[in-house]
Design a protein around this ligand. Structure first.
Ligand code: MN
Length: 744
């Protein structure tokens, strides 16, 4: 028997060899780009990092240096970055975690490297520590610091990717925080930068740690169906391949399944079961074609494919003539495959494929290619410029910003033309007013309407791809409050808010003069003390708000007179609501000795509520969210709002778990669908009401064309109870699917 507390045996010699091996692998990955002197500088960075981190180990027990080496490897291999980035990646944690200073780095590696390291250190300062500040605010700062050098963002993404790949060794609550932040911020960012491979992996890993069960289930189904998929692709491509060869095309064909995350989204938001998602994979035909004939070649391949398989007329997407704003180029079509199944086919060249997987960094490789690529470099510049614009107009509320920003990230783009034929890119759903602000702030502010394809439309009109838009203006126009609901771009929103603020300031100025006259009339002194007293009496947030309302007539003489009557014998001010800090402290105090908020037995002292947005029931994986005034709200970990809460308000999250439940019942919803058979409804209700003696609250069945769909609201004791009930329902003849729905 070994001693009880033997530390894991570390073979230093073995480890040293492994470190060197990893370093050599890194060099191999850099090889393509190495110029004279590069190898030495990378070696120097490696030596510095190795020495600086020599006594540190990762949570896994491995030497710390494995991490910076891996991050550098991702930069070189998966993003295609060059020597400077590799050097920075190797050093990225040194200034933050070791004795090395920024000046040291500057002395050894120069200004540029030091600047990037500084950016990286700042991000992790605001990001990785549990601070009380809003994540969104930090995110804004991060982008502001970083838009000078896009490499800071790219290296940060590589860092995050490696951390996600090695998340297993972290504690559950850390996993949840990091994974939700990844889904909320880093996934969309990678997408916007056109880093498809990294975006997909970040999202899949994010899902793996936030919704492990579903992730495992989809992963298993994908693996199980792989042989079948391979056979199908074989069958699909065989006849085409012959013709392609005949015509001298060099192609690679891959049948790549969609990411687990995107399949999950389909299941979750469209309610389609895995087995029925027809486009679980796409067939990708990648041509080796010289840049000057790539467009023509892609269309020739398209023509060959559609000679064999009939295309769906409304499913052709030409991202070659008009690439997406993130640089994506490809030709997409959906055709009727051999077994009467629709199949998505993507046609692109090797260059386009590398661009789609590695993003803008891949452009550098094609520097000498024709103007098409040049313009895309400009698009990246354009993007950074837009971000900077929004950043320079900070909103009062950083959360608004992040949501606006996220909206822009997720939306697909549309292309709209000016009367002169200039093309502008806008997010899907943008309105004429968005377009006006996109052209120029002044045009937006004076906009009274638009002509879309020569037809008169209101400001709120949603424009579509291909529309030609002419903005009509009037010098008398000023931005209105309700404009905010007409626009969806972050740029237009922030411009309108600024203009409104300015407008309000002017009105308040008038109000101030009116109030001064009124005070005069009433023989009151126009002092700060009196103004404040009136403002507090009317429960207004600021003197400015008071002046504004005076000018608008919302505060009248009678209000002022009541105040005069009461100001000298004040009534007791009602006790205000506890502050957030007080609530948090109360919770923290209560849970001393407990590692989590326990819901169930000891619920006498702490006020909690089950959140109506996801209706958790005992047994669900849950967490508590501290609110002001309403105590703690319990949410399911997979609540649609959870990601946003966890990444923006990490400090307000308390762990929560269920304990021995009393016989309380909770409202839950089930959706049953299947084929209408005689007695089916009867069988379903029999199971629910008699067999498990649960209490049904409402039942709704709908049949059309032989398909029935039922919504059942019922009271159950816990999630186990609900699961077993759902299992029984699945066995009823004719029932095809049973799923849980929100009882609201
Ligand atoms: Mn790191």
């Amino acid at each position: 028997m070994a001693e009880k507390e033997a530390a894991p045996v570390i073979d230093i010699e073995q480890e040293r060899k492994e470190i060197l091996k990893r370093y050599r692998d890194l060099l191999k990955a850099c090889k393509r780009k190495l110029e004279k002197g590069d190898k030495e500088i990378i070696r120097k960075a490696f030596d510095v990092a190795l020495e600086a981190h020599k006594d540190m180990r990762r949570k896994t027990g491995e030497p710390y240096i494995y991490h910076p080496i891996a991050v550098a490897q991702i930069c070189a291999e998966e993003i295609g970055l060059g020597t400077t980035s590799v050097v920075c990646a190797l050093l990225h944690d040194t200034v933050e975690d070791t004795d090395i200073t920024l000046d040291d780095v500057k002395g050894m590696f120069g200004e540029k490297v030091a600047k990037i390291i500084d950016g990286l250190t700042k991000i992790s300062g605001v990001f990785d520590q549990q601070t009380n500040s809003l994540q969104a605010e930090n995110f804004r700062k991060m982008l502001l610091t970083l838009s000078d050098d896009i490499r800071v963002i790219l290296i940060k993404l590589a860092d995050r990717l490696h951390n996600m790949r090695t998340l297993d060794s972290m504690k559950r609550d850390k996993q949840l925080k990091i994974a939700s932040e990844t889904l909320y911020l880093y996934g969309p960012l990678a997408h916007r930068l056109g880093l498809n491979a990294i975006k997909t992996e970040l999202e899949d890993l994010g899902l793996k740690y936030t919704e492990t069960e579903i992730y495992d289930e989809i992963a298993k189904k994908l693996a199980d169906s792989e042989p079948e998929r391979k056979k199908f692709i074989q069958k699909f491509i065989q006849p085409i391949n012959e013709i392609l060869k005949e015509q001298g095309f060099k192609v690679r064909v891959i049948g790549r399944p969609k990411s687990i995350f995107s399949i999950y989204n389909k299941i979750k938001f469209k309610g389609v079961p895995f087995e029925e998602i027809f486009d679980i994979f796409a067939i990708r035909i990648i041509l080796d074609s010289p840049i000057e004939s790539e467009k023509a070649d892609c269309w020739r391949v398209y023509s060959i494919v559609t000679d064999f398989y009939h295309p769906s007329p409304d499913r052709l997407r030409d991202w070659i003539s008009t690439p997406k704003a993130n640089g994506y180029e490809s030709l997409h079509t959906t055709v009727m495959g051999p077994d009467g199944k629709w199949v998505e086919v993507q046609i692109r060249t090797e260059r386009m494929d590398e661009l789609a997987e590695k993003g803008y960094a891949a452009h550098w490789k094609y520097k000498d290619s024709p103007s098409a690529v040049e313009s895309k470099e400009n698009q990246l510049e354009d993007w950074l410029r837009k971000i900077r614009e929004v950043l320079e107009n900070p909103e009062d509320n950083a959360l608004d910003f992040i949501d606006d920003f996220k909206l822009n990230l997720f939306a697909e783009e549309i292309f709209v033309f000016t009367p002169q034929g200039e093309m502008r890119t806008l997010p899907f759903g943008a309105t004429a007013l968005d377009f006006a602000f996109d052209i120029h702030t002044k045009i937006g502010e004076k906009c009274i309407g638009a002509k879309v394809n020569h037809k008169l439309v209101p400001l709120s009109h949603t424009v579509k791809s291909g529309d030609q838009v002419e903005i009509l203006t009037s010098v008398k126009q000023t931005p209105k409050e309700d404009w905010l609901s007409y626009v969806i771009t972050a740029r237009a929103k922030s411009k309108i808010k600024n203009a409104l603020k300015e407008e309000k300031r002017k009105v308040a100025e008038e109000g101030r003069e009116i109030l001064e006259r009124k005070f005069d009339h009433l023989k009151l002194d126009f002092t700060v003390k009196n103004i404040n007293s009136l403002q507090v009496f009317l429960r207004l947030p600021s003197p400015q708000e008071l002046f504004f309302r005076i000018a608008k007539g919302a505060v009248a003489l009678k209000h002022i007179k009541t105040w005069i009557k009461e100001k000298d014998n004040p009534v007791k001010i009602p006790k205000s609501e506890p502050t957030l800090e007080q609530v948090i402290n109360q919770v923290r105090g209560k849970k001393a000795g407990e590692d989590a908020l326990v819901i169930g037995d000891n619920l006498t002292k702490i006020v909690y509520k089950l959140s109506p947005c996801c209706n958790p029931i005992p047994g669900d994986d849950v967490f508590g969210f501290v609110t002001i005034g309403e105590g703690i709200k319990i949410h399911r970990v997979n609540c649609p709002n959870a990601l946003q809460m966890m990444s923006n308000y990490a400090y307000r999250i308390v762990k929560a778990r269920w304990t021995g439940q009393e016989q309380i019942s909770f409202l839950a919803g089930i959706k049953v669908s299947g084929i209408d058979e005689v007695g089916l409804v009867n069988n379903v209700t029999k199971i629910i009401s008699s067999e498990l003696s649960v209490n049904m609250r409402s039942l709704n069945f709908d049949t059309h064309d032989g398909i029935f769909e039922g919504m059942i609201m019922l009271f159950v004791h816990d999630s186990e109870h609900l699961t077993s009930l759902m299992k029984k329902l699945k066995k009823v003849n004719g029932v095809l699917s049973v799923s849980r729905i929100n009882p609201n």
